[in-house]
Design a protein around this ligand. Structure first.
Ligand code: NAD
Ligand code: MG
Length: 390
């Protein structure tokens, strides 16, 4: 039997993590799970531990470590917690590939640890590239660690760019479903609560990215992600709404040829690509039936109803820690919206205020990035407490 690919998963109990494990279970001869890290869901992590028998399991919540040890101990599996646990999973000596699927800024340090540990990193955690794109890239070059996108659009771009010369690319075209409010009026969006905003028409994802999809901040974060992954400036990255979510993104070459990647709206496709690259495996996933597919539509996004797109572009152009400020304010405002504390457009209003207050500096070290992140989170909380309109 050929060697199995040994996988460590950061964020195994989330939407991406669970889908990855579902896929991994379908290839027992080719994948092996060596380490799992979760946030707080002990019950689900315990099921995963019993099923996949990793060498190590960790929880962010240190107060639940004794319970985790009770489950892992009799199975001969090591248990850990907190930041130290995350770092152990990210750098597990047996892991060939690390799937980085924690949501938000919490994924930054373990992803960096995996890169520094020379792992091949399958990167779902886009906030990491938004906050620290330059650092991630320079560290991955230095340690010769491969960074492979999991995000469906960037997986599509990666596939379209295989074998193409970078200087012959004229632009990247990111596909966006448009989210639940694609056809809603501004008044309807302002009145919407978390339930309406979470109701994504084509993708089933975790709560934070679902709200990001409703504001289109997700696409803004993805422009920044694409900029770092593919080395293309923002003026050559276009967003097109494509409600069918079957074309996952496109590359226009300088001769006018447009190359697109298509597939069903199923994250397991890009996850599998990131775990098997440069190979492609025979996949058990449902195939795209083009003859049965609806007509494909493409539209320009409306910047008035979706101001987050412009805020993200502005932050990328401002450079340095401006994208750290963007991400921090967005995370705080989205959490407040999910908790029912603020209204939908308070999300872009908060981000705009934090970006106005923040004076960007070069984002060239982890310390600078974390300091800007902490400060901007505090400001965002203060702005929300005072009432965004104040
Ligand atoms: P999710 O909320 O469903 O899962 C997040 C995971 O991170 C959980 O396992 C949670 O326990 C863990 N986690 C959260 N905070 C943690 C902490 N402080 N320490 C350790 N673990 C922690 O999120 P998701 O939808 O799976 O998204 C994960 C990442 O992938 C995000 O960055 C998202 O933007 C990106 N992404 C997701 C999808 C998708 O289809 N869900 C698609 C593209 C990109
Ligand atoms: Mg995406």
């Amino acid at each position: 039997m050929p060697d199995r690919t040994k996988i460590a998963i950061l964020g195994s109990t989330g939407s991406v993590g669970v889908q990855a494990l579902d896929l991994i279970a379908q290839f027992p001869d080719r994948f092996e799970v060596v380490a799992l890290a979760a946030g707080s869901r002990l019950d689900l992590l315990a099921d995963q531990v019993r099923r996949f028998r990793p060498r190590l399991a960790t929880l962010a919540r240190e107060d639940k470590l004794a319970d985790l040890q009770e489950i892992c101990g009799p199975l001969g599996i090591a248990a850990a917690a907190g930041e130290e646990g995350l770092s152990q999973v990210a750098t597990h000596p047996e892991a060939d590939r690390v799937l980085s699927a924690i949501v938000g800024a919490a994924g930054l340090k373990p992803t960096l640890a995996a890169i520094r540990g020379r792992k091949t990193v399958a990167l779902a955690n886009k906030e990491t590239l938004v906050m620290a794109g330059q650092l991630m890239l320079s560290e991955s070059q230095r340690s010769n660690a491969l960074l492979l996108p999991v995000d469906s659009e960037h997986s599509a771009l990666h596939q379209c760019l295989r074998g193409e010369r970078r200087e012959e690319v004229s632009r990247l075209i990111l596909a966006a479903s448009g989210g639940p409010f694609r056809l809603s009026s501004r008044e309807e969006m302002e009145a919407a609560g978390p339930q309406e905003a979470l109701n994504h028409p084509t993708w089933d994802m975790g709560p934070k990215i679902s709200i990001d999809s409703a504001t289109l901040m997700n696409k803004g974060l993805e422009i920044i992600e694409a900029h770092w992954l593919f080395g293309i400036e923002s003026s050559r990255i276009q967003v097109l709404l494509h409600p069918q979510s079957l074309v996952h993104s496109m590359v226009e070459m300088r001769d006018g040829s447009v190359i697109c990647q298509m597939g069903t709206a199923d994250m397991r496709g890009p996850i599998l690509y990131s775990l098997t690259y440069p190979d492609r495996w025979e996949s058990p996933l449902p195939r795209l039936d083009l003859a049965a597919a609806p007509p494909l539509e493409f539209y320009e996004p409306d910047s008035l109803r979706f101001p987050c797109l412009g805020l993200a572009l502005g932050a990328l152009e401002a450079g340095g820690t401006a994208t750290v400020a963007l991400n921090a304010a967005n995370e705080i405002a989205v959490a407040a919206f999910l908790a029912g504390r603020v209204r939908f457009f308070d999300i872009p209003r908060t981000i705009e205020k934090v970006l106005e207050k923040h004076a960007p500096v070069p984002a060239d070290s982890l310390a600078v990035i974390l300091q800007a992140d902490e400060e901007c989170r505090r400001w965002a909380e203060q702005i929300l407490m005072k009432g965004v309109a104040a």
